[in-house]
Design a protein around this ligand. Sequence first.
Ligand SMILES: [Zn+2]
Length: 296
Amino acid sequence: MPSIKHVAITGGTHGNELTGVYLLKHWRNNPVQVCRDSFATELHLANPKAHGHNRRYLDQDLNRQFNWPDLNDHALCGYEQNRAKSLNTLLGPKDEPRVDFVLDLHTTTANMGVTLVVKSDDPLVTGMAFYVKQRLPEVTLFHEPSERMDDNFLISLGRRHGLLIEVGPVPQGLLRWDIYHQTETVVGHCLDYLEAVNRGEALELPAEMPGFRFVQKVQLPENERGELIAMVHPNLQDADYQPIAPGDALFMTLDGQTLPYEGEETLYGAFINEAAYYDRHVGLSLMRPCTIKRSV
Ligand SMILES: [Zn+2]
């Protein structure tokens, strides 16, 4: 396994997710916390303008702009589309990246705790996720592998891909110590893992671990004018990664009537009542449990 020389930590990819933004500020003043002997760590505020406006994005979601055709499409010139091209120059270019690994820091308003989004089956990536979960068993792994050049997430700029760290619940535009500190702890484990890999240490990692795979998003109920007529049901609120069986309550209408889950398969909820998804009236994601295998 070739060694890792350059690691980028990115925050504020969504400008109103302050945890990553403030961790970057903290580490700029205390760089020893993210330094390891065998590689260089760099810190990047990914979407400074959106952060300045305390918004998720100005024109487009930055964390959907990194697939290879879009990075090379100069007709795509919204703020985030240009910002993606700048980050591609800074960290990539994606077809031959300078940076080996990207850790991208996010928060969610949903009660998901720490979720690691594993978008690659590269053993370096799955190994990192397993290493973190081994030390913090409450961590949830979200398995959504894709070809790196097709992946539109920022982490796909890394030569060996990267890991998206999603921590909640925390409202947009504010800080909570517990969320901030959990994120800091996870990043520390990720960097320790890369250091151990570079040193050739024998890591006792399991061959497989449990996770979840995305199945589908569920829309909040609307009337014919496209206005919301219901909200997440109180039984479901904060019940991320719990089973949702056919007939279970999903939504509560404005006048207090329960709307049940009409699917035929018991699935699990995530991003339940995520504020960032209200623009598209998405109420939650449904997930299916899976086993993630670590290729060696
Ligand atoms: Zn985010």
